[in-house]
Design a protein around this ligand. Sequence first.
Ligand code: ZN
Length: 253
Amino acid sequence: MPASISEIVEYCDQYLAVKQFKDYCPNGLQVAGKQQIQKIVTGVTACQALLDKAVAQNADLILVHHGYFWRGEQQQITGIKGQRIKTLLVNDVNLLAYHLPLDAHAEVGNNVQLAKLMNWKINAGMDGDVGEAIVLLGETQTAMSAKQLENDLSEKLNRQPLHIAGHDRDIKKIAWCTGAAQSYIEQVAAIGVDAFISGEISEQTVHLARELGIDYFAAGHHATESYGVQALGEHLAEKFGVEHLFIDVQNPV
Ligand SMILES: [Zn+2]
């Protein structure tokens, strides 16, 4: 049984509480296509490769974490942006995107899904309740060396993290935020955790970690944000009785 796009969008907007977030892009339906949805393809980023693969799979709806229309980007629909949007319009495919609401959600959020995958205990949100907070606080199941945590991340995420040591104690209390959240390192260190795990790293983060005395793990932006959108896709497939397929367009960053 197909579901209507308006039903799905309305449900997602509410389930993900999009109105509660101030974001850098519009959350919800970004490009409108056909009315009836039978197949949802999910992916991390609405790049051309994802669109092409989704079209080849006869997707009616593409659901992503990184969509379009970011604050400050060029407004014209030309070049790469023009080609991407043309692919959607020509094939009558809907593009649905959720950014911060999909990082923070208490069930399908990237941060909660990463904790589930890593078997971390969630204690609280740093800057609000779980479900609203962008950074989560918690614990590893047992105290472990930095090397152990590094191996754990590498095994579960299929990608070698970059570890910057800030101390040589074992790790137990942790904070994490998927994606590009290295700039939270000072706030996180002030709380007194042993390690902070995020996706990306910049040059200055190395010095900050060392001088703040906190271990930092850059576990991959793409790698840490691959799970929220899949969980949401599964949730929608169950809720609306539609097909769901996650397509992983590999990205080492
Ligand atoms: Zn991201």
